[in-house]
Design a protein around this ligand. Structure first.
Ligand code: NDP
Ligand SMILES: O=C1OC[C@@H](O)[C@H](O)[C@H]1O
Length: 399
């Protein structure tokens, strides 16, 4: 019963966090949001409310009416709209940081423009459509001395770091295999969702593969938000990058869009990893709806770790560690010196981003090399599958 009350309390507070008062001796970071995006309320707007040094100050949308409605709903002060709205937001001197929540295929263009204008960027995942574009964005950020972070939010939560710590402690011996899954039932996404649009950088591997890789190397995530996340999880937990792709199978939504991808990899040290991503799992017997699956399974020499719900761990999660015939279940909602049980992955991520911009040490970070490698792996899987990389941006930055 206590755990049900805990769940209700965490969920309630994560959606309606207590508002933090600004700090007297620190100017808050002012964010501008590119796009009246579906993800922004969870990923930035709510988390910023409980952060004493973060304010969501402006939003831009292609339609000014849409931006205005969104701003009213979320208590955002400044609105930009129309064909130049995104650029006008970027050029607003009040704004310190841009949250780029545009479709994947627009990440490169608008991140390059934001960095060129001297803004830090919190960039939605996957970083862009290609590794080359990702490299260029990070190079520009470095040249300009700006912070650029690919929003791989799960990596900032205590669950991911605890799983990694168990693996690295050596308690279970070396990792032998990982399985990470990210799958969602059919009907979760509308037919015109950006994830089904090749031109905008769609596909299950783009959306779910990265996370699964990075997060799930040591664990087997059983979800279909697979590819983007799954690849990220794989590399993170295994602590290594794949040396080869053993197999790729996909089910297509359209000739260029993978609704589902299952890939198997070989990693150094004879590790084998499987990722599963599915944007639309059909109902069993055409009747029984599928469940979300955001799980990971990591087999090691002397035991295993099963992680339930590494992706939205604030709601509930479990880390089940089995060795020598005995099992224990761990929970990790907070760090000893950071966080509240209701902090979401996004709230922990915002904490790190603000600390980095303020010149303080974040509790963890996603490196440039990590983001570039994730895109390389995604592209290599798409190459092996025959579907090919998502289209490069036609934006050419000025010299
Ligand atoms: N970190 C996480 O947990 C999650 C991350 N994401 C990532 O965030 C990004 C946005 O996803 P999500 O919020 O679901 O997406 P939305 O469908 O809400 O689209 C985001 C915005 O893209 C803008 N946009 C600009 N050009 C186009 C176009 N040609 N077609 C459609 N939209 C366009 C729209 O802006 P406007 O308002 O100007 O019309 C829209 O508000 C993606 O990169 C996705 O991978 C998504 C979900 C979860
Ligand atoms: O965290 C996520 O879960 C659902 C996906 O579709 C989304 O893009 C991803 O970032």
């Amino acid at each position: 019963m206590a755990s049900v009350f805990g769940l209700i309390s965490r969920v309630r507070k994560s959606f309606n966090p207590p508002e933090a008062k600004p700090l007297p001796d620190s100017k808050p970071l002012k964010f501008g949001v590119l796009g009246a995006a579906a993800i922004a309320p969870s990923a930035l707007i709510a988390p910023a409310k409980s952060h004493p040094e973060a304010v969501v100050y402006a939003v831009a949308a292609r339609s000014k009416d849409r931006a205005t409605t969104y701003a009213r709903k979320h208590g955002i002060e400044m609105v930009f709209g129309g064909p130049n709205g995104y650029q006008e937001l970027i050029d607003d001197p009040e704004i310190d940081a841009i949250y780029n929540a545009l479709p994947n295929g627009l990440h490169y263009e608008w991140t390059m423009k934001a960095l060129a204008a001297g803004k830090h960027v919190l960039l939605e995942k996957p970083a862009s459509n290609t590794a080359e574009e990702t490299r260029k964005m990070f190079e520009l950020a470095e040249t300009k001395g700006l912070v650029l972070l690919e929003a791989t939010h799960y990596r900032f939560h205590p669950v991911a770091l605890r799983v990694k710590a168990i693996i690295e402690s050596g308690e279970l011996g070396a990792v032998k295999s990982t399985s990470t899954t990210m799958t969602v039932p059919s009907g979760t996404m509308k037919a015109d969702d950006i994830r089904f649009n090749y031109g905008l950088g769609g596909g299950a591997l783009m959306d779910m593969g990265r996370m699964i890789f990075t997060q799930m190397q040591p664990c087997t995530l059983m979800n279909n938000l697979l590819s983007d996340y799954t690849i990220n999880a794989m590399r993170y937990f295994a602590g290594a990058d794949p040396t080869s792709i053993l197999s790729v199978e996909h089910e297509l939504r359209t000739p260029q869009i993978d609704r589902k991808t299952v890939a198997k990899f070989a990693l150094p040290g004879s590790i084998t990893s499987t990722i599963v991503c599915d944007l639309s799992v059909p109902p069993t017997f055409k009747l029984i709806p599928a469940m979300l699956n955001f799980n990971a399974h990591i087999e090691c020499e002397r035991g295993e770790i099963k992680v339930t719900n590494y992706l939205i761990p604030t709601q509930y999660h479990s880390i089940t560690v089995t060795a020598g015939g005995k099992s224990r279940v761990e929970k990790a909602y907070t760090f000893p010196d950071l966080g509240e049980p209701w902090w979401t992955t996004y709230r922990y991520q915002l904490e790190a981003f603000v600390n980095k911009v303020k010149g303080r040490k974040p509790h963890t970070w996603i490196s440039k090399e990590d983001s570039i490698k994730n895109m390389e792996v995604i592209e290599s899987v798409y190459a092996k599958s025959g579907l090919g990389s998502r289209p490069k941006s036609d934006y050419v930055p000025p010299n």
